[in-house]
Design a protein around this ligand. Structure first.
Ligand code: 13P
Ligand code: SF4
Length: 317
């Protein structure tokens, strides 16, 4: 494996490339990345990259976002088929028809879209949010307007609870976060009464309500950093996040909340990227994210939402 890592390091220099990786990538990929983070920080980091090429180790919507925010850069995604069940749940033509139906019915609304969506869906939106800025963005929607929140119904429901804003929710869900077993979580909590449960807001309400902390991946890192004494954490998010937490906080112990059907909780889309594919995309200069017509409109929405945060009252979920 060291040979492969050395080869990637050489190719990175030859290609004037920067490697960005999401926390849900395998540890060996996070280890070779120049920067690892959550969706929000990765999108922002992509705008500060000095090299001409970005290798985005994550899923398609993340690499697409990096390209949209940096049209002049070459953005490579190690596996172009790395998709997302949430993005798949909201096709742009279906959303456009639904928005039209709401308008015909006289509804006055803004569309707030989770970043886990296609560029065509972002182009139909007023705002794009991540787990890291959703609460702050919801506060920017004028109080006299309704909110259509797409595509994650669990995140939308959570945002309703914490902001008090009633929302029209799209019926999408993340295939990884939806399958945590509340029965197994309760068994673990009984076995480890001192443990702190961390849940991503993509989890359903039955998991969130038994969690001491609900937040996106970066918010989890910050929360865990506040525990000085060795602590047990039960983690309800994608399994590779535990690798990250364990690396940053060796004093603590992290335990996965089991899934209903399988105990691994790994995202199969994120898992498509491998070190070999990172090497190959640098070697052959593909797969590359190509500019699409809908990127222009999506760019306006992304810039306004992610790069122009309002400092007052801005809080990570
Ligand atoms: P965050 O890292 O922004 O919390 O996102 C989680 C996720 O589901 C990415 O696909
Ligand atoms: Fe999509 Fe869920 Fe995988 Fe994130 S973990 S990329 S939301 S399927």
């Amino acid at each position: 494996m060291q040979d492969l890592i050395d080869e990637i390091a050489d190719l990175k220099i030859k290609n004037n490339a920067t490697i960005l990786a999401h926390y849900y990538q395998e540890g060996e990929i996070q280890d070779i990345a120049d920067y690892a983070g959550d969706s929000l920080n990765l999108a922002r980091a992509a705008t500060k990259v000095q090299t001409s090429t970005i290798v985005f180790c994550g899923v398609h919507f993340m690499a697409e976002t990096a390209k949209i925010l940096n049209p002049e850069k070459r953005v490579l995604l190690p596996d172009l088929k790395a998709g997302c069940s949430l993005a798949d749940s909201c096709p742009a033509d279906k959303l456009a028809r639904y928005q039209e139906m709401l308008r015909i019915n006289g509804r006055n609304f803004q569309t707030v879209t989770y970043i886990n969506s296609t560029a065509a869906v972002k182009a139909l939106s007023d705002w794009v949010v991540t787990s890291g800025n959703a609460e702050a963005i919801i506060h920017r929607v004028p109080a006299d307007q309704e909110i259509l929140f797409v595509p994650d119904r669990h995140l939308g429901q959570y945002l309703q609870e914490i902001t008090g804003r009633k929302m029209i929710l799209w019926d999408g869900a993340c295939m990884v976060h939806e399958i945590f077993s509340v029965g197994d979580l309760l068994v673990l909590k009984r076995k480890m009464p001192g443990a702190v449960t961390l849940a991503h807001p993509e989890c359903p309400a039955n998991i969130r309500e038994h969690s001491e902390f609900v937040g996106g991946t970066e918010a989890m890192v910050k929360h865990v950093a506040g525990f000085a004494q060795p602590t047990d954490f039960l983690v309800a998010t994608e399994a590779n996040m535990m690798w990250r937490l364990q690396k940053e906080f060796p004093r603590h112990r992290f335990h996965p909340v089991p899934g209903i059907t399988c105990a691994c909780n790994k995202c199969p889309h994120m898992g498509r990227n491998t070190l070999e594919k990172v090497r190959d995309c640098l070697l052959y200069g593909r797969p590359e994210i190509e500019w699409q017509p809908e990127f222009d409109r999506a760019r306006e929405v992304l810039q306004r939402s992610l790069l122009n945060p309002e400092p007052v009252g801005a809080g990570a979920v």
